[in-house]
Ligand binder design. Sequence first.
Ligand code: SF4
Ligand code: SF4
Length: 255
Amino acid sequence: MNEQDLKQRKEMDLRMDPEHIFKFDCSKDVSCFTKCCQDVTIVLTPYDVLRLKNGLSISSDQFLDDYTIIRPQPRRLIPLVILKMNDQDKKCPFVTQEGCTVYQDRPWPCRMYPLDMNDDGTFRLMTDASRCLGLKEERSWRIYEWLISQEIIPYDEMNDLFSEVTSPLRAQELDIDNPDISKMIVMALYNLDKFREFIFDSSFLDRFDIDPIKIVKLQKSDEELLKFAFDWIKFGIFGQKILRIKQQPDKKAQE
Ligand code: SF4
Ligand code: SF4
């Protein structure tokens, strides 16, 4: 291992802030091109699924069936949704010799690579120059410039909203042992097309008082629908008064 590799080994232990400068450049010219798209565990967030299924122009049902493994977690309501690698060669289903075929909609971990985020919001290198030759290149980035170049901001915004659901669930160890509740939560988060059907093809809108403009947005925008799914879960599971239940007509008459 040469001096630069040793330096980067040390950098892997560093907790870096957004101003930190690191050197990296990935292109078809590196001999490891696409090697990092094989035999990796990529956990998908609801927003990753939204972007990928829309980028592929398929339904969320089809995306979940064809491209994911849903792995339940003990005592957790929300399972892990993992991008399924090919059975034979363990490559990502979206990689070709030319690179990533879903580049515009690639998931958060693929945008971040070779960086990852620590729980305290700092960053670290998750590999070194012996495996990721792009780290030997001379192009330098401040971390925040790198994040902007990777269009990470909408992902972070949605993932922050997602963590408002997952963090309390982890902290509270809720005593909910009902598989139907877990199924409903998974549908709302990961199967947006089904969640939209649930809202518009059931008595949902008769029961909840939703602003008409919001209803149009929910019809037209998956992003709005996902934000609404977060609110619905916070209302249903944590009792947060985010949604209003409609008063029943007979109750109104008595007033
Ligand atoms: S391993 Fe690093 S340099 Fe090689 S293709 Fe992946 S990101 Fe690019
Ligand atoms: S989604 Fe794209 S970038 Fe991510 S592992 Fe698959 S091919 Fe690589």
